[in-house]
Design a protein around this ligand. Structure first.
Ligand SMILES: [Zn+2]
Length: 207
């Protein structure tokens, strides 16, 4: 598998970038990891990086973007924080990834059995985690369909909150980053949500 160069990055568009991620996840779930010499990629990326995707995912130890999309060094900007929440530092990182470095797609990747979402659904309060989990509350407030047991023990409820949280995060990216919104309007980038299933390894994109 080739390391991305300025040329290969330039030849991609948002749709082909999405295809690369889909193909990578298919290899991952089929255990067909691409042949990649990481040490060689250290050399090939030493003078510069030309990644094609910016991915916001959870710190969960099962959801490493490079692994689940079968990518190598220099392929993706991987932004990871508990519950794939958004703040202005993360928006700044996304602006760097897209406007400055030229990635073609932003993926907001939630995942099943997310401890942060479960914690938020249970209104856990613990040190600095309280502030972080509060950023998930808007998704809980927006979930109106579940009336019984609106807690982290209700998998159906948690799954709905996970989906809404991804959607709200994408809305906020567009609203709070005029730079990214403009890139999307121009068709330079695509912003897409997705869900990683920790039981199957499969990523489902929200299209
Ligand atoms: Zn998580």
């Amino acid at each position: 598998m080739r390391t991305h160069s300025k040329e290969t990055q330039n030849n991609l568009n948002p749709d082909t970038a999405l295809e690369i991620l889909k193909e990578g996840n298919q290899r991952f779930v089929n255990n067909l990891k691409a042949n990649r010499n990481l040490l060689q990629q250290v050399n090939e990326t030493s003078a510069g990086q030309f990644p094609f995707a910016t991915i916001l995912s959870c710190i969960d130890s099962r959801t490493s973007a490079e692994l689940i999309f079968d990518q190598g060094l220099g392929d993706v900007f991987s932004i990871r924080i508990a519950g794939n929440i958004l703040n202005e530092d993360i928006l700044g990182s996304m602006e760097f990834g897209t406007k400055v470095v030229g990635t073609k797609i932003i993926v907001v990747l939630g995942h099943t059995k997310c401890g942060a979402i479960v914690g938020a659904c249970n209104h856990v309060e613990l040190g600095n985690l309280t502030t972080l989990l509060n950023k998930i509350q808007p998704a809980i407030a927006k979930e109106k369909s579940v009336t019984d047991n609106r807690t982290g023990t209700n998998v159906e409820f948690v799954n709905k909150v996970i989906d809404i949280h991804v959607t709200l995060t994408i809305d906020r990216i567009r609203r709070e980053s005029p730079i990214i919104a403009e890139l999307e309007e121009q068709g330079t980038i695509k912003i897409i949500g997705a869900l990683y299933d920790v039981e199957t390894g499969q990523v489902s994109f929200y299209e």
